[in-house]
Design a protein around this ligand. Structure first.
Ligand code: FES
Length: 73
């Protein structure tokens, strides 16, 4: 499924870029040799980046060594 319709970037490609160390919306585009256009994909790409970072933190025992709980605000 396309996340960025302007550049044809899929959700899977966003995850690949994030696993490679990309940490921002515009850097996801740069990773695939393109630039953001309309900005409609920014929110979804940022969400994917944050989810990946949270999953990594959970795998590492959470922030400051504490586990990460879903929905704990
Ligand atoms: S949908 Fe990604 S820049 Fe337009």
């Amino acid at each position: 499924m396309f996340v960025c319709n302007c550049n044809g970037i899929t959700e899977t490609e966003v995850k690949t870029a994030v696993r490679s160390g990309v940490e921002s919306w515009d850097d996801v585009h740069a990773f695939y040799g393109c630039e953001p256009c309309c900005g409609k994909c920014q929110c979804e790409i940022v969400e994917t980046i944050v989810e990946h970072q949270q999953a990594e933190q959970a795998d590492e025992g959470g922030i400051f060594g504490l586990p990460v709980f879903e929905g704990a605000d």
